[in-house]
Write a protein that binds this ligand. Sequence first.
Ligand SMILES: [Zn+2]
Length: 542
Amino acid sequence: MFREFDYDNKPIVEIVNEIISDAVKHDASDIHFDPYPDNLHVRIRIDGELIDYAIAPDSVKKNLITRVKIMAGMNITETRLPQDGAIKQNINGYDLDLRVSSLPIIDGEKVVIRILDYSMSSAGLENLGFSEDNYKKIDKIIRSPHGIILIAGATGSGKSTTVYAMLQKLNTPNRNVITVEDPVEMKIEGVNQVQTMSEIGLTFSNTLRSILRQDPDIIMIGEIRDDETARIAVRASITGHLVLSTIHTNNSLNTIERLTDMEVERYLLGAALTGIVSQRLCKRLCPHCRKLRNATDYEKIIFHEVLKQDIEQIYEPVGCPECIQGYKGRIAIHEVLIIDQEIRDAIIDNVTKDELRHLVYNRPELSASTLLKDGLQKVLSGYTTFEEILRIIDIDEDLGDEDENIKTVLTGHKKPSTSHSNLKTASNVVQEATIVSPNPTINNVPNQQIPVQPKINIQPANAVNSQNQKPAMQINPNQINNQVVAPKPVINQQPVKQQSAINNVGVKKDEVVAPRINDMKNQALNNIQNANPTQTVFVDSL
Ligand SMILES: [Zn+2]
């Protein structure tokens, strides 16, 4: 993956084109240009993980950044303020639609190119990996003439892909479909798409009021992010419109709780809500090299508890020229909840969280199948691995008192950490996986493994403190070395410090200190970028 370019002789234009087309060829979602004091690091994000791609020398650092800014139509004389731009052109045979943003950091301008790819949305709702049961439920809820359908998930969980696929299915000539988005990510022929511009007062809520006077059948709201938008969405849906939107929550139960916390009349909300589709992305096993192995006792117990199935073997990643460490692409796991009368009544009556949880998850035939169940089914089908599902499940949030058995098995499985994780056998999961950490409490994180990069010894604590560290659960352990991606900068303080402590072990101090400090600066600024709502809103396609 790492590329050496002939920076002295090759024109900058060609180098930049090659970086972009190479990233597209590898199905990358983002390209990062990170300035360091003496050079420029280029990283690309593939399947959710940042990978080192190239290091450009100081002599071309500025020119590379300037070239990208020119392509994106940005002001190249302004280097002290953040800017946004876009690249729409054919590069080396690829028709590209790229979003570019710059952020001035201490050592120069950091530029990130986001590669928009809607091939998944275009492939249709049928091909988004919904289980047969979940697909039937979705097919039912999108046929409702009115109501609110919400797609829930964190940033980067593929919500936009699902919403666009639904819109494409609903976009027939006999319907007036209007969207209000920020930004409009994919243009759909026949759909009236409005791009908000808050600087001139064209906000979500203002636009929505105007949309309601345009005789709409279906309204898509990019994201429900404030009380006012939620109120208008509810009113629109109970006056006979079907409203689709996304919301930044973990699962169906969280979504209902979030909505009831907003200033929306409960009886209206209860009447309006039609369905909730929650989703998360995990890495997809490469079909070319995956191989079956015997399940561990721990895995057998989990499958037995959750799916009531006795299993002997499951797939593990291997690695081949077609993939990266046994994985290729990502697949969503879903939870689909149809809001029925019992849940409507519960919302209106303001029942306790446990009662609501029971209605959402534990009524045979009527409740949602949990993310954990859908994930484990996908493990059995060979789409992903047990480790991936455990990585993305939030034990505290996703499981309740009625799942006490499963919870005990998942959280109770602790093993004192004494040795380095053995990379070759890491996929033998939990029993074998041990985590090296300067802080023994971190090892309470159950059943996680760190399969690839030997430098990473820190667990992102997905179960520990998950109450207040929810975003951390979306972080892949492998990302930590490069960049801790989490919306709240506070969350990253601990891992960063620990990591630097660990990495300094055995290395001469002055060799390490300068780059480490710079890393930390980069991380802090990246976090600022990530924390900025205008940057993170709706960047979650694929
Ligand atoms: Zn492979």
